[in-house]
Design a protein around this ligand. Structure first.
Ligand code: AMP
Ligand code: GLY
Length: 418
């Protein structure tokens, strides 16, 4: 069973379906589009008791816990206690994403390169510090905040405002009881997802997210409007450096802390002129990074996940194609703010691409929009320019009212290549 309901989960499910070792696949709760590939069960991603009950009743052999919320809440601990093997970190390791204060202190203790920072537990102290702190700066809520807890402040006034939003207005609830104030870094961003069993770490193909709502990286931050893989900024030299300075030290640090990390560890990196630095860790597959990374995986995903769970990743076969992938997210116009839903989604002809559904539900047998990010269209090809062209050609075959998508996914990557 796969816990979660987004495009990332759809990509995981489609890849798992290629494995001959799987008889039946359940999605908890999945969505109307995922229903074509797995049996959707109406148990929410945060309903840990419901997940355990379902797994026991249906004699589930293996569970993939994909989203951050259940991981941080301890879904893997609960399922393992009930005898279900899992892919995903336990609660004591998921904290690497669940608390920015934890991850920053971990990096400081083990000398892992990251932005310099200060931690504040009350708003007055944070505001006093910001009166003289270097600007721009970055203010981050300690806990989970739907990916919106980091505010880049370009002026001192914006920095004060960010502290008020997070700590006084509690825009992200309890996540804002502590903040990290961070040095502003510059450089290309790279996402590297990795498989790790707590001892061995195997990076997947690198990728590039497009977080802003509009073309040219303008507009509000979103959950991600598109991705490409591999990321051309991530050269073999940089990859070697990241392995030595970041990936291996992180895995070692977590083990030494008595928090071995098993699952997918996501490294959000910034390639600064002083070398690669960690912007964030996620305790899970990225969304929409997964939608370009897994289509390039040539090995059996289920076999790799089992090897992670059994702590024998060193013997597993993890191979990626040398090709490229591009995912264009089609959203409801107005996302990430106000938008309308309930419009029928149709596909004409053969899109010659994978369609991963996120905000889609079945109503009277029809697939209709039900969220901000509706779906992602992923094309793969030998080269990046070809993958981008094919993804946009496929988008032409997908229809729903009020559809919005960026027209420039991959353009920054192409510029880096030329
Ligand atoms: P996070 O939620 O930590 O991934 O941050 C969201 C986004 O804010 C990142 O993808 C970066 O674009 C930006 N960001 C986070 N931390 C920094 C930093 N220290 N310097 C510059 N930009 C940052
Ligand atoms: N795409 C960024 C994330 O999954 O957090």
């Amino acid at each position: 069973m796969v816990i979660g309901s987004g495009g990332r989960e759809h990509a995981i499910i489609k890849k798992l379906k290629e494995s001959s070792a799987i008889d039946a696949l359940y999605a908890l709760p999945g969505n109307g589009g995922i229903a074509a590939d797995a049996i959707c069960v109406p148990v929410g991603a945060k309903d840990l008791e419901g997940q355990v009950r379902f797994a026991v009743e249906h004699q589930i052999d293996f569970a993939v816990v994909a989203p951050d919320d259940p991981l941080v809440l301890g879904a893997v601990d609960a399922l393992e206690a009930a005898g279900v093997k899992c892919f995903g970190p336990r609660k004591n390791a998921a904290i690497i994403e669940g608390s920015k204060v934890f991850s920053k202190n971990l990096m400081k203790k083990y000398g892992i390169p990251t932005a310099a920072y200060e931690v504040f537990e009350d708003a007055d102290a944070a505001l006093a510090y910001l009166k003289t702190a270097p600007i721009p700066t970055v203010i981050k809520a300690d806990g989970l905040a739907l990916g919106k807890g980091a505010i880049v402040a370009m002026t001192r006034e914006e920095a004060f405002e960010a502290v008020r939003t997070i700590m006084v207005d509690r825009a992200f609830g309890e996540s804002g009881s502590r903040v990290v104030v961070e040095e502003f870094l510059e450089g290309p961003e790279v996402s590297v997802l990795s498989f790790t069993d707590g001892k061995t770490v195997v990076p997947m193909v690198s990728s590039m997210d497009h977080k802003r709502a509009h073309d040219g990286d303008e507009g509000l931050n979103t959950g991600g409007m598109g991705t490409v893989a591999p990321n051309p900024y991530y050269t073999p030299d940089t990859a070697r450096r990241c392995m030595e300075e970041i990936f291996l030290p992180t895995i070692r640090a977590m083990r030494e802390e008595g928090r071995p990390f098993k699952g997918c560890l996501y490294f959000g990196l910034m390639l600064t002129k002083n070398g690669p630095k960690v912007i964030e860790y996620n305790c899970r597959f990225g969304d929409p990074e997964t939608q370009v990374v897994l289509p390039l995986l040539e090995s059996d995903l289920f076999a790799v996940m089992q090897a992670v769970a059994d702590e024998r990743l060193d013997t597993a076969d993890v191979r990626f194609s040398t090709g490229s992938a591009c995912c264009v997210v089609m959203a409801s116009d107005g996302y990430p703010q106000k938008y309308e839903t309930g419009f029928e989604i149709t596909l004409d002809g053969n899109p010659d691409a994978e369609v991963y559904f996120a905000g889609a539900k079945l109503t009277n047998g029809k697939l209709v929009t039900s969220g901000g990010r509706v779906l992602g269209v992923t094309a793969t090809a030998e080269t990046l320019p070809e993958a981008i062209t094919r993804a946009y050609q496929a988008v032409e075959h997908v229809h729903f009212a009020n559809a919005y998508y960026r027209k420039d996914i991959g353009q920054r990557a192409l510029a880096a290549l030329s």
